[in-house]
Design a protein around this ligand. Sequence first.
Ligand code: HEC
Length: 214
Amino acid sequence: MTSALWKSSVLLTLLALALVSCKTKSYTQVEYMPDMYRQPSVKAQELDPNAPNGVGMRQPVKGTVPRDFEPYRFGFADSLEAKKLRNPLTPTKDVLAAGKKYYETYCIVCHGAKGDGYGYIVPKFTMPPSLYSEKLRGWTDGLIYHTISIGQGLMPSYATQIQPEQRWVVVHYVRALQRAAYPTPEDLQAMKGSAIGFDTDLPDTGKVQIWPKK
Ligand code: HEC
């Protein structure tokens, strides 16, 4: 082989390598187990030509419920019935601690730590009404449960994220927030000298907004 031929073949090889390495890195170049990588199964978000609407993710068959799932039987028009639902749980320390956990996972972002409506996403998102307004303090546990279960206005339903028992736990925590905003004289007495200062940690009830101005 002449040296010119040598040079050009080396150059060609380098060029080929350069082109190969230019490929996008978003997928594996070498497939060690192509059988595992290329499965006939349809993955979430993928299109499925066999599905009626071409979408890979299917809706459950109408009228079926997942195993162990307890569907909520009331709709928007049934608030009078839902109002009568009783909270099956006692607000023990554990229940309230769990309520705080769920509230701070699902509700705090909009309703704020104290339930005043100053959540992290406000004012980018419409400010929700206070959870310790006179109106809400007059609501039954069932009605609060109903709101968490089916949503209200801009607030979506939390039925798929929060199981029925956990929703009752959250209702107790909402009650605790209301009581923290309007402590009884006994509460104030009991808190004297404790680390939690009702005088400093109390939400500002003077600014309660039933429905914030737009
Ligand atoms: C995405 C923001 C958002 C989240 C998260 C959210 N809410 Fe709401 N919530 C709202 C808004 C907005 C309203 C007012 C809806 C309306 O009436 O149009 C509302 C209304 C309510 C009401 C009725 C208040 C009234 O005066 O009518 C209750 C009770 C309530 N939410 C409880 C909760 C609880 C408990 C959680 C957590 C499980 C929660 N919300 C999570 C935004 C949210």
